[in-house]
Design a binder for this molecule. Structure first.
Ligand code: AMP
Length: 615
């Protein structure tokens, strides 16, 4: 949940304690602080190196782990064990990402608690584990640069992250031994950094357009006398530079007639990195040409612009929605601030400028601005910056499931926080003693399309005719951004309240147990899933084969019918044996047997249908 950051002049934090701001990015991450002398935000960097730490993790065969620049070089030489863009998996289940799972060279698997995991050798890592490894590295390097322990941080997340994703980020901080004082939205952080430079009394309405490696956010804010009020936010947590790289890769595959990528992770990774190189080169000047495994790959500016147009248009749709939600006209937006590495693409700047009807402001460093804003927020929390106030909003609607699986929204998206809302419900059966309260987040009408955050039962409602009990459900988002749901039957006073820890949220004890537990469960789950999939496929094949034989009996030879029936019996038998390999082998046998005659019969049928027709 997004947060309200209040001016904590009397905060309990000690002033001399360093609180760092961390931008935990899809592609790169970095740490910033307020410089003790200049009092201005600065990104931390080791001597002569970049402030950006690639969000890449390499797992060595011997068990060692490297993070950052040192890990990046293994993207090509050891792709299956080198994880990038883990942030795109945060708080996601397999359904959310299954279409994209084969865009990466490492293995993403489904897991028991529905959160995806990444398999490296025989070990399974959750996106929380992976992010915590990056955070540990950032903490270690910040401590090295600052020569002081760092244990408190403000971490940024895409504004459009839902509760599960925010909670996952907080948990990653916990695992890295960081006390995460605030999670703030990336575009809001960027606006803090931009607003830091404004003169006192300067009032502005700004749009922050943030297109990074994996996510897109648009936020509209009004800045007046140091008060940063977020008016609306919109975005897509699966849209960014990675998609541009994939689109270029696909373009090349079509152009050069690769039927499919050779089944080698190294090959995929090299092509993806070449695509990224082409993208960066085309952002500067000229066309792109490179030799790739004996082929010459090219991409000119027109082709590049055509490839990225659909991606840019998706971002502009989000911008239109954010403007509608803010209830303002485009003309009242004074500045459009560009944030995120992908805003370096000239066509992105042009189309966004055209959309808003003004030249975009690309003067801030798109790589550092978010971390700098996080450092300012950290300074506000430390009680050092007293003249800035941030009023944030909740990015997605919160509601309850009602009859028929419908979403009843109590707090619409873009509600200012902290906030509360309540509504009364009643029973639908005589004498109904309990009521299920299921809390969801999202914009769709049916709860099945939204994200479930929590569920509990209000029990002990005294027997009354249907429609008589009055159950008041209230939602409160407190200043810490945690949602508290309370349900009370008003006639009897029966009451129950839960603090919504999203289903992926972890307690401190969970965190301790997590690494130990998760691996075995994930292995079991993966086995169960594989067996279920094999059985489902086998059952479908049995049904279709049976129907096919009934329908085309006269066109089959006696031998074909007899052999098929034997193979079907063998497959049927294997289904009772819970052995995935056996089921797969018997499925393949039946397939091999039936394929030739199925093709023959289909060809004959097509021949008949086409007889006498000219193409
Ligand atoms: P961020 O998440 O903000 O660090 O942005 C990273 C994304 O920006 C990655 O997809 C990069 O490939 C992309 N990027 C970085 N530099 C450029 C550039 N010069 N032109 C186009 N994209 C870039």
């Amino acid at each position: 949940m997004a947060k309200i950051a209040i001016n904590i002049a009397t905060g309990s934090l000690q002033q001399d304690e360093i609180i760092v701001g961390i931008d935990l990015g899809t592609t790169n991450s970095l740490v910033a602080i307020i410089h003790p002398e200049t009092k201005r935000p600065v990104a931390l960097k080791e001597h002569n190196s970049s402030s950006l730490v690639p969000s890449v993790i390499h797992f060595e065969k011997g068990g060692g782990i490297t993070v950052g620049e040192a890990a990046r070089q293994y993207l090509v030489s050891d792709p299956a064990n080198t994880i990038f863009s883990a942030k795109r998996l945060m708080g996601k289940n397999y359904q959310d990402i299954k279409d994209k799972a084969d865009h990466v060279a490492y293995k993403i698997i489904d897991s028991e608690d529905k959160l995806v995991k990444v398999q490296v050798g025989n070990t399974f890592y959750s996106p929380v584990d992976l992010s915590s490894l990056i955070l540990k590295e950032l903490k270690k390097s910040a401590e090295h640069i600052l020569k002081t322990p760092v244990s408190k941080a403000v971490i940024t997340v895409p504004a459009y992250f839902n509760d599960s994703q925010r909670q996952a980020t907080r948990d990653a901080g916990k695992l890295a031994c960081l006390d995460v004082l605030r999670i703030i939205n990336e575009p809001t952080a960027a606006s803090l950094a931009y607003g830091f430079g404004l003169q006192k009394g300067e009032n502005k309405t700004i749009a922050v357009y943030d297109l990074g490696g994996g996510t897109f956010d648009i936020s509209l804010l009004h800045i007046a006398d140091g008060v940063f009020e977020v008016l609306s936010t919109n975005g897509d947590t699966y849209l960014g530079g990675d998609d541009v790289d994939s689109a270029i890769t696909e373009h090349w595959m079509k152009q050069y007639g690769f039927d499919a990528l050779p089944d080698s992770p190294g090959y995929r990774q090299r092509l993806r990195l070449t695509a990224e190189e082409a993208k960066k080169q085309l952002s500067l000047a000229g066309d792109f040409a490179a030799d790739f495994e004996g082929r010459s790959l090219t991409l000119d500016r027109d082709q590049f612009n055509a490839i990225i147009t659909p991606i840019i248009e998706r971002t502009l749709n989000c911008c239109s929605q954010a403007i509608r939600d803010a209830g303002i006209g485009k003309s009242s937006i004074d500045e459009v601030i560009m944030v995120g590495g992908s805003t370096r693409i000239p066509q992105v700047k042009k189309r966004v400028g055209d959309f808003f009807g003004k030249a975009v402001n690309d003067s801030v460093n798109p790589d550092e601005v978010v971390a700098l804003g996080a450092a300012i927020q950290a300074d506000i929390l430390a009680g050092n910056t007293k003249d800035m106030l941030l009023l944030d909003i909740t990015p997605l609607s919160l509601g309850l499931e009602t009859m028929g699986g419908l979403m009843d929204v109590l707090l619409p998206r873009n509600s200012k926080i902290p906030t509360r809302a309540s509504r009364q419900y009643t029973t639908y059966k005589d004498g109904q003693g309990g009521m299920k309260i299921a809390v969801y987040q999202g914009e769709r009408d049916m709860v099945k399309d939204n994200r479930r955050l929590a569920e509990f039962n209000l029990t002990g409602i005294p027997g009354m005719p249907a429609g008589l009990p009055k159950v008041e459900v209230s939602f409160l988002i407190n200043a810490d951004g945690i949602l508290v749901v309370n349900a009370k039957e008003l006639r009897s006073g029966i009451e129950q309240s839960v603090e919504v820890k999203p289903q992926y949220g972890l307690t401190d004890e969970d965190v301790e147990k997590m690494l130990l537990d998760s691996m075995e469960h994930a292995r079991e789950d993966m086995d169960t899933r594989a067996l279920t999939e094999a059985k489902t496929e086998a059952e479908q094949l049995l049904q279709t084969t049976e129907k096919f034989i009934q329908k085309n009996f006269s066109m089959l030879t006696e031998k074909e019918v007899a052999e098929t029936s034997l193979a079907m019996q063998a497959l049927q038998l294997s289904l009772s044996m819970d052995d995935k390999n056996l089921v797969q082998a018997k499925t393949e046998e039946l397939n091999t047997l039936s394929r030739p005659y199925a093709e023959r019969i289909m060809d004959e049928a097509i021949g008949k249908a086409m007889a006498g027709k000219k193409i």
